[in-house]
Design a protein around this ligand. Sequence first.
Ligand SMILES: *[C@@H]1O[C@H](CO)[C@@H](O)[C@H](O)[C@H]1NC(C)=O
Ligand SMILES: *[C@@H]1O[C@H](CO)[C@@H](O)[C@H](O)[C@H]1NC(C)=O
Ligand SMILES: *[C@@H]1O[C@H](CO)[C@@H](O)[C@H](O)[C@H]1NC(C)=O
Ligand SMILES: *[C@@H]1O[C@H](CO)[C@@H](O)[C@H](O)[C@H]1NC(C)=O
Ligand SMILES: *[C@@H]1O[C@H](CO)[C@@H](O)[C@H](O)[C@H]1NC(C)=O
Ligand SMILES: *[C@@H]1O[C@H](CO)[C@@H](O)[C@H](O)[C@H]1NC(C)=O
Ligand SMILES: *[C@@H]1O[C@H](CO)[C@@H](O)[C@H](O)[C@H]1NC(C)=O
Ligand SMILES: *[C@@H]1O[C@H](CO)[C@@H](O)[C@H](O)[C@H]1NC(C)=O
Ligand SMILES: *[C@@H]1O[C@H](CO)[C@@H](O)[C@H](O)[C@H]1NC(C)=O
Length: 497
Amino acid sequence: MLSRSLLTGAALASLAAAAPAPASDVPGYTDADAPYATETPAPVTKLATSFGLDSQISATFTTPSTEPPRVSSDVTGHTSHGPYSGTPTTTGAVQAPTTLASTVSALPPNPTATYYNKDGTLTEPAPAPYVPAGGLGTNGTEPRYMVNSDFDFESILLGLYQEWIELDLFNNGLATFSEEDFLAAGLTAEHRELIRFMADQETGHATLLSRMLGEAAAPQCTYNYPFTTVREFIDFNAKLTRWGESGVWGFINHLDSREVGQMLSQSIATEARQEMSFRQMLGLHPQPVWFETGIPQSWAWTYLAPYISSCPEGTTRLAWQNFPALHVVNNPNPNRLSANDTKDFEVVGNRTADPSDSRIPSDESCVNLNVTGYNCGPAISRNRSEPLSFPGRQVRFTWDEPGQAVGPNNSYVTSSTAGDPKFVAWVSQLNLTYTPLEVTGQNKGFTYQPPDVVYQGEGAVNETVFVALTDSDLYLTPFNLSMINPHVKALGLYTAG
Ligand SMILES: *[C@@H]1O[C@H](CO)[C@@H](O)[C@H](O)[C@H]1NC(C)=O
Ligand SMILES: *[C@@H]1O[C@H](CO)[C@@H](O)[C@H](O)[C@H]1NC(C)=O
Ligand SMILES: *[C@@H]1O[C@H](CO)[C@@H](O)[C@H](O)[C@H]1NC(C)=O
Ligand SMILES: *[C@@H]1O[C@H](CO)[C@@H](O)[C@H](O)[C@H]1NC(C)=O
Ligand SMILES: *[C@@H]1O[C@H](CO)[C@@H](O)[C@H](O)[C@H]1NC(C)=O
Ligand SMILES: *[C@@H]1O[C@H](CO)[C@@H](O)[C@H](O)[C@H]1NC(C)=O
Ligand SMILES: *[C@@H]1O[C@H](CO)[C@@H](O)[C@H](O)[C@H]1NC(C)=O
Ligand SMILES: *[C@@H]1O[C@H](CO)[C@@H](O)[C@H](O)[C@H]1NC(C)=O
Ligand SMILES: *[C@@H]1O[C@H](CO)[C@@H](O)[C@H](O)[C@H]1NC(C)=O
């Protein structure tokens, strides 16, 4: 019973430090031997009062041997924002001289993909000590950190368009809202500094991607944002970084250049942290999923394009598709203490990633509510006693017809090759699940949020979820998800939680 009393000791210690926390307990996890001494922490009686010069430690004077220039400074000088009202000089996605077929057809598994190691012993001669046979880029060839195909080029160029908007966007919120506005949303000067630093990260990312593309790399464009308050700014950032991250997970392992994939994963790990920070600033659970999902490039481009109003003359154009918008009529509003009470179209505009309206009556808002389970002010993590959404929730949609001008200079056009929509595709975590679409009128319908799990105990649909209307329930998995594209009628975002 030693371990039991140790556990109790630890629980008491935490009680003393932060009463009235419940006794630390993990049901079903028994005999937890604590390897550490379980002393009651000394009460905090004295705090430091003087700051400044202290011990002088061993050090030397050093400077970096090189400082590679960036493609952009932290702030980009004069900016202008708002919709584009001119006439584009060119329209449509960039196209190859020849297109070989209308869709990519399915093939059986690659005949060489047969490795299975039943007993875990090595099966091939090892190239060197401690070097098991296999892997790509492991045979000593010199790395080349450049895109290596049209697929690579278009994927990294899309990533670059995304990094550029993030650089402007994060600075834009800081520049347009006051210190008081941020404080009213519970965000202090230290939080603003984090947002400013995240903008700096984007100059690094834009530099990296530009270099891996070469001279045709796109410059920064002009943007048109949807938010009117700090909460909406943060909400939009959380969504934008969500599709930025997922857009990369969708293609990174398909890149021809493993070297580019290596560098890109090291930048997208940062983007993932940004998404999480913005969720924390919104008082949402930072990571209510076990896996972050991947989406096709054309999906990321569909979400991003409506917020780019124009790009400079000569900007390299993208080859990806823009799908028509899918509007979620009753997207849960994370600013509400009771998400069930969200009104129809309680969003600030009608672009698919527009944030939820934060200007709701204060007695319906969770932002300044100091009640555990209901507070949605900034925090490391929050519990939501009333969930944002739940399996079986009716979700209503409207959707646009293809043929609308979107993106920089209104020079791209939404399109779809899908037949009549029959299903709602939910892309979340490792999963693609379909629910039947009930059509209720012209470009109107509903479905119910699915109950499916990734693995036992983890609902697949959570966080910002990608939803599409499709004409088929084609079975697809994360590595062949882009084969859904010919079946997509419209594309939206759902706020689950
Ligand atoms: C080394 O590996 C690469 C693939 O990573 C391959 O293209 C190349 O042919 C290999 N070189 C040799 C000498 O085996
Ligand atoms: C887009 O608009 C900008 C600003 O008006 C202009 O400089 C640029 O040439 C336009 N590009 C295209 C492709 O129309
Ligand atoms: C939200 O609606 C669902 C379905 O009607 C209901 O089960 C749930 O209790 C509601 N939540 C609250 C907090 O009333
Ligand atoms: C919604 O979007 C369409 C284009 O998709 C636009 O014509 C319309 O004015 C927008 N409506 C509102 C209320 O913003
Ligand atoms: C929130 O409530 C707790 C206890 O109910 C109290 O100790 C704390 O000061 C309150 N915080 C604010 C910001 O009102
Ligand atoms: C937070 O949520 C978990 C899971 O729903 C629940 O077990 C726990 O009691 C909640 N804690 C608080 C402090 O609300
Ligand atoms: C989403 O995740 C949170 C945190 O784990 C959990 O409390 C909530 O029930 C989940 N929502 C759904 C719809 O599964
Ligand atoms: C979700 O993905 C996991 C991992 O691929 C799979 O085992 C599971 O069956 C999927 N669940 C559903 C409902 O598709
Ligand atoms: C996608 O991959 C899965 C295997 O993970 C396979 O069963 C399915 O048939 C593939 N879908 C298509 C359309 O090729």
